[in-house]
Write a protein that binds this ligand. Structure first.
Ligand SMILES: [Zn+2]
Length: 481
């Protein structure tokens, strides 16, 4: 089936070649000019499925023709995804990428014909030198990494035959999982680039060498958004509609924003989880740190995917204390759905309330639940305040999705704070020299009978014999810090 799908791309791409220049409004139904005999299949590549990115203004019928041909539209996620790289669903992958040498033959992908790779020459001409454009690739891979926890490593490329030469994730070696090339396609505008979805091989990115990739001033947003969009396909994300210039994975390039957006991140996190994965249980919990005094922190843009996904965080207290935490869903009301011809509608969703969160604090054994917050419906935060940690040790904060929350993601922010009871001996170390001794006794006697907080060890607003008794009780201690 995929072979057939790839074949029919020939028609769409031929139409784009005929369309020529950048169109500012949809005009004639150019796709009707395409001869179906163009769909020969002679240059189809088994097992490869690509997705093309269009310049703004490309005829929507052309877009639909190309896109329907190459996408699996049976997917009904609000964000639209296809398969992912090898690995456990919802957990990140370590991807490598590489730049084959100029001159490597790049077979036909979407009807543009076979031509040699010109990536280095093309981008050196646009950006001046390799470090400049390679840094832009690093930027967009960093953005995807920050959203998902996937990692990206540049490796050398052995110039093995393009297409069907797998990278390390698919058992190959000598080249990256994601190989990036450029070649002529349809002149300026029209198709900007295409990218293969993950598969037995896949992930390859092919740029149109005719585009003015360095347009858009010093930030090169046109280039970077194209790369980020294409690699979105390379992660397994499909186009989404409607076109509102709010989602990077819309089928038309936009420079209205910079980089991946909320719906794009939701799709990537559905496939690979959030950047702290894997943290499914206490054994692989995200380390929140060791606290010997009151403190706290948190993370934004995490996600729970399905109701089997747990996010677990470990917080170590050096003494008894309390733990507070909040899991706050994050999202928007917007419209999103599979690609259609007009690409002007989708299904209304509220990503703030796609899944109901449950928040818990677990004891030091990693399983006993000390407190649970499941008081609110989807869309509202869950909070736990002042959960008692009865002794020093590592406790756990766990965020889950409520039962029935399947096939979706809920983005959320997690914030926590702790209080840590001060060790009494150190409270009596009034001059903070590491030991409770006669110097501290002298300080206490010096303020005896006053309300000085310095030596009011039991907080009863008077320095008296009770405080003296506390100090004497720990005399000689607090030397180990
Ligand atoms: Zn695309």
């Amino acid at each position: 089936m995929k072979n057939t799908i790839a074949c029919s791309l020939l028609a769409g791409a031929t139409a784009l070649a005929g369309a020529g220049a950048h169109l500012t409004t949809p005009t004639a139904p150019i796709v009707q000019e395409v001869s179906q005999t163009a769909m020969t299949g002679a240059e189809c590549t088994e097992g490869h499925v690509a997705s093309a990115l269009f310049a703004p203004g490309t005829d929507p019928k052309v877009v639909e023709r190309v896109s329907l041909a190459i996408q699996n539209l049976s997917d009904t996620q609000r964000f639209e995804t296809t398969g992912r790289w090898p690995g456990a669903s919802g957990e990140p992958v370590n991807l490598t990428y590489s730049f084959p040498s100029d001159g490597l033959s790049i077979p036909n992908g979407i009807g543009e014909g076979t031509n040699p790779n010109t990536l280095h020459a093309t981008l050196n001409a646009r950006f001046g030198s390799e470090p400049v454009w390679q840094a832009l690739f690093v930027q967009i891979f960093d953005d995807w990494a920050a959203a998902t926890g996937n990692t990206y490593t540049l490796v050398s490329d052995d110039d093995a035959a393009f297409f069907n030469s797998p990278g390390p994730l698919n058992g190959g070696s000598g080249r990256g999982d994601v190989r990036i090339v450029a070649k002529p396609m349809d002149g300026g505008s029209g198709v900007l680039a295409y990218n293969f979805f993950p598969g037995a091989t896949g992930g390859e990115m092919v740029l149109d060498s005719a585009e003015f990739w360095n347009s858009g001033g010093g930030t090169f947003r046109f280039f970077r958004n194209t790369l980020a969009h294409e690699h979105g396909h390379g992660l397994g994300i499909l186009h989404v509609c409607p076109i509102q210039q709010t989602k990077l994975m819309e089928p038309f390039l936009t420079t209205a924003f910079d980089g991946i957006q909320h719906d794009d991140i939701r799709a990537a996190q559905f496939l690979y989880g959030d950047r702290l994965e894997p943290n499914q249980n206490s054994g692989e919990a995200t380390d929140l740190g060791v606290f010997s005094a009151d403190g706290g922190g948190g993370f934004d843009d995490l996600c729970i995917r399905n109701n089997g996904d747990d996010d677990v965080f470990a917080v170590e207290l050096t003494n008894s204390g309390t733990i507070s935490a909040t899991a706050s869903p994050f999202g928007f009301s917007y419209s999103s759905g599979p690609q259609t011809q007009a690409c002007n509608s989708g299904t209304a969703i509220n990503s703030m309330a796609t899944g109901d969160l449950v928040l818990e604090v677990l004891d030091t054994d990693g399983s006993t639940v000390l407190a649970t917050a499941d008081a609110t419906a989807a869309g509202s935060a869950e909070s736990l305040a002042g959960v008692v940690a009865p002794a020093a040790g590592t406790y756990y904060i766990r965020v889950q999705g409520a039962f029935g929350f399947v096939g979706n993601t809920q983005t959320y922010d997690m914030d926590f704070s702790v209080t840590v009871d001060e060790v009494l001996a150190c409270i009596a170390d009034l001059n903070n020299d590491g030991v409770v001794d006669t110097a501290d006794l002298g300080i206490l006697i010096g303020v005896f009978g006053t309300n000085s907080p310095l030596a009011d060890l039991n907080d009863d607003n008077i320095v008296d014999t009770a405080d003296l008794g506390i100090l004497i009780g720990v005399f000689g201690t607090c030397t180990t810090e």
